[in-house]
Write a protein of this length. Structure first.
Length: 127
């Protein structure tokens, strides 16, 4: 369980703030290492040409690594500030990349996260 300064589980707001701090630095694997639960699930849209579903921290990490290996060039990235509601937070993400097998693509998405006991237990992408 991720702990806050007062040694209690981080709130959703605290998790979102730390996520934002790391996302602004493009430290996506650090986000996984630090904030994801061992039972995290990662869900892309059903007909995604790039990625699908993964369950468990190791499988979610592999899903990310597979995607990153396909990136030939990064032209622009931007992540919005998180919006928190209950035990969820969402960010907008714009990515302009050249992807092996697809060429240059732009992905504009909403990334939704669910927090439980100070850890992210779900990430779901809408694009």
């Amino acid at each position: 369980m991720t702990k806050s300064a007062n040694n209690q589980a981080m709130t959703t707001q605290e998790v979102a703030a730390r996520f934002n701090e790391l996302a602004k630095q493009e430290k996506w694997f650090e986000i996984q290492d630090e904030l994801f639960s061992d039972i995290v699930r990662s869900i892309d849209p059903p007909n995604s040409p790039w990625l699908g579903y993964a369950e468990g921290k190791t499988a979610v990490r592999k899903k990310g690594e597979v995607f990153v290996k396909k990136i030939e060039a990064v032209h622009r990235t931007h992540t919005t500030e998180p919006v928190v509601g209950g035990n969820h937070f969402a960010v907008g993400r714009e990515t302009d990349i050249t992807l092996q097998g697809f060429g240059r693509i732009q992905i504009n998405q909403v990334m939704l996260y669910e927090v439980k006991d100070g850890r992210i237990v779900l990430e779901q992408f809408f694009y």
